[in-house]
Design a protein around this ligand. Sequence first.
Ligand code: IVH
Length: 700
Amino acid sequence: MSEPIAFARDRIEALRDQIRAADHAYYVLDQPVLSDAEYDRLMAELSELEAAHPELRTPDSPTQRVSGAPSEKFARVVHREPMLSLGNVQTDGELDELDARVHRMLGLPPEEPVRYVVEPKLDGLAVELVYERGRFVQGSTRGDGVNGEDVTVNLRTVGRLGANRGVPERLAGSPPPRLEVRGEVLLQKHHFAAMNQVIARQGGEPFANPRNAAAGSLRQLDWRITANRPLSFIAYEALAPGGDAGRDPGRDRWKSHWQKLQELRDLGFETNPENRLCLGMGEVKAYRDRMADRRFELPYDTDGVVVKVDDLDWRRRLGAASKFPRWAAAFKYPPQEEATRVEKIWASVGRTGILTPVVEVKPVRISGALISRATLHNEDEMRRKDILEGDWVLIRRAGEVIPEVVKPLPERRTGAERPFVFPATCPVCGARVVREEGEKVYRCTGSACPAQLVGRLTHFAQRRAMDIDGLGDKLAALLVERGLVKEFADLYAVPFEEWQKAFSRPRKVDAKGQKPELPEKSAQNMVEALERSKKATLRRLLFALGIPQVGEATAATLARHFGDLERFFAASEEELIGVRDVGKETAREIRAWTAEPQNQRVVRRLLDAGVTAAPEEVAARGFFAGKTLVLTGSLARRSRDEAKAEIERRGGKVSGSVSRKTDLVVAGEDAGSKLKKAQELGVKVVGEEEFDRLLAEPGS
Ligand code: IVH
């Protein structure tokens, strides 16, 4: 190879490594190591070199991934131990048969109850994670049970958005030399709903249910897409194979499945808090019956219950039949679909003016709730599904949450059914309705449409935005109707008496059977919630404003890039394109929005009302808020810097020395003088495991 090529090759390799490391720091660790400008320079240099030396271009180069075009197929992973599936049982009789077979095969007296572990059957995507010496080295999908797909890089991002503990990069405790963990990658129901809304708004095809959405998010060729999806991981099995001369240390490591689940937790995985140990089939059935209703309250989809023999030695003796283990089975709940009649279809107007077809049906009970309406994403979906006013339809709850029309039952048509035609004018403000070329949706063109305003206010107030507790769509509609609120800042100026009046209307007893609070109390709560919301962070505010194309992830990126509102408003389209993940189209829309004097005024008025936009996400509540911590010794699961960032993100401070003012000392391996000092002063000390627990605490 000639000199210049050899040089180019080395430089290209170095650049790729550096960019990949920067990507990892940015997307996975959430701790950028390069400024965006530096990153762009490296990318530009790499592109130039690759253009000059096309023979050195490889499909896995970071330059090839930007387009989102498939750049690599997933490599095949052969599971060392096949990932079996579970036999289904549907009736009490079948559960009793399973129990009888277990007794028979193990030679147990029939009256001796067997210990079973019962777990919700998670409806996600089964994966296997391999850890060597405590480090995550490979992750794969179940595939056909024997061959899976290598999705290691994608799995590394699971949990990054804080949905749960995700896939730990390094394990706590003392893991075996090789550990294979199996579990389910999931999307929680509320994340699924939010994600689909964004996809639908952007004209994309929404996912049918959380499982498809989780699978679609994980099986991405560009792992950065996965990184922006709030995926969770829940572990339910582990194998600790290998060891010396094929001896299986897994045999001795755990005696029971229950114990295994406990250790998975200690190692840093999320296990399901709903798992239970049952003595005998009677308890299993009771659990199944309790879960039949309770599962709708769980944050993720479950479609059944998994029953597993607890004793691992017994499991080995029971073994597996051709496809299924004999020591476990899945009890599936019947699907929740009901037939009902479409009474009416109408168009509801959202915050961006999009008209969404709403299907009103004769109320039916599904998955524990009374359903009276379902939305369709757009006209195309309505036409594709061929849903007419007056039709009998099957309704289900996608992900057991969002009511969805599955299909019409054409055999029940009488001829009186009518297609729904989108109105030419907005049903709320009367402005013209248009469906632009290439768009999938109809939009209201009214600039002062009250329905859009209500939508904007509820978006602004939602938990993930300004978090104004209690301000939902009904209240927002009332404020708009009374003319009290015309734009965001007006919320902060609504007089106390008006809140009181708003809360004085007769209100129903809520779902939990609790009586509503007194109007004064509710009004007081609202004023306090508004006051709290003023201490916003830049990322929340940017998301709350409802800027076109700016979802939660983009808002976070923009906040990180610009640091304050002024710089954000001053940014030109070119500068916006320079922000990582912001494409041309998004940059154009953002700039059009920031350049609009009306929007500038809206934001100025918010600031005048006392709203702040702090650059950092500083937690105002939670365990760490306002506390001073000292780190000492070496931590197994994270570097000092990482630990510091975790604490600071939760509103805590890290100091270098222990004093009486120290709230907590986190002591790792070989902690020395600081630990001693803490003990002398009586300052509380915790180990890394407890620290992990505190970090994982909800609201921390
Ligand atoms: S145990 C042989 N536990 O069900 C043991 N599986 O039909 C197999 N699943 O592919 C796995 N929740 O995707 C187990 N708590 C749970 C589960 C679970 C869901 C899925 C898993 C697997 C399928 C087996």
